[in-house]
Design a protein. Structure first.
Length: 168
């Protein structure tokens, strides 16, 4: 027996347990949740790249205008701080949506498709009660979430520094 035959037999046994309409709805719901999870991840990183670029432009402009009128020296760091606050809120919300779609896909998978599909449920980290472990190098680097927030706070620090010391 090959793997495809075993998978088809498992699919058939689940279909016998669930009525065909419920099984089909579970499959569609799972596909939608995974699609939204992927979309949200792409949206988060696209937004990150845009905000990184915008903040880099503001930092460059601050470096170019130290001898300009004080309005530019004051306005640019303040605008950058507001941009960072917006970036922080958008990032937090984006990570929350991302986590939500992962949990929805995992829930559908575990409840309706666990005999056929275990892609997400098996990918739980040990922190989430699963078996998946990471190597020492990825543990050293920390999570993408922490790294993202660190980048935002580096920009905040630069803007605060610019407000405090460039004025002198």
């Amino acid at each position: 027996m090959n793997a495809e035959t075993v998978s088809n037999e498992k699919t058939e046994s689940i279909r016998k347990e669930l009525d065909p309409l419920s099984f089909e709805k579970a499959q569609v719901g799972y596909q939608v949740a995974v699609s939204l999870w992927t979309y949200q991840g792409n949206l988060n990183w696209g937004r990150f790249n845009i905000m990184l670029t915008a903040n880099s432009i503001i930092i460059s402009a601050i470096g170019l205008v130290p001898s300009s009128p004080s309005i530019f020296r004051d306005v640019l760091p303040i605008a950058g701080l507001f941009l960072c606050i917006l970036w922080l809120f958008l990032t937090a919300r984006g990570f929350d949506y991302h986590k939500y779609w992962v949990s929805q896909a995992r829930s559908i998978e575990e409840k309706y498709l666990s005999d056929v599909i275990k892609t997400i449920s098996e990918a739980k980290t040990t922190k989430e009660g699963g078996k998946m472990e990471f190597g020492w190098l990825s543990k050293l680097g920390g999570s993408q979430k922490r790294a993202t927030y660190l980048v935002i706070f580096v920009f905040v620090f630069v803007y605060v520094y610019a407000l405090a010391f460039i004025q002198l």
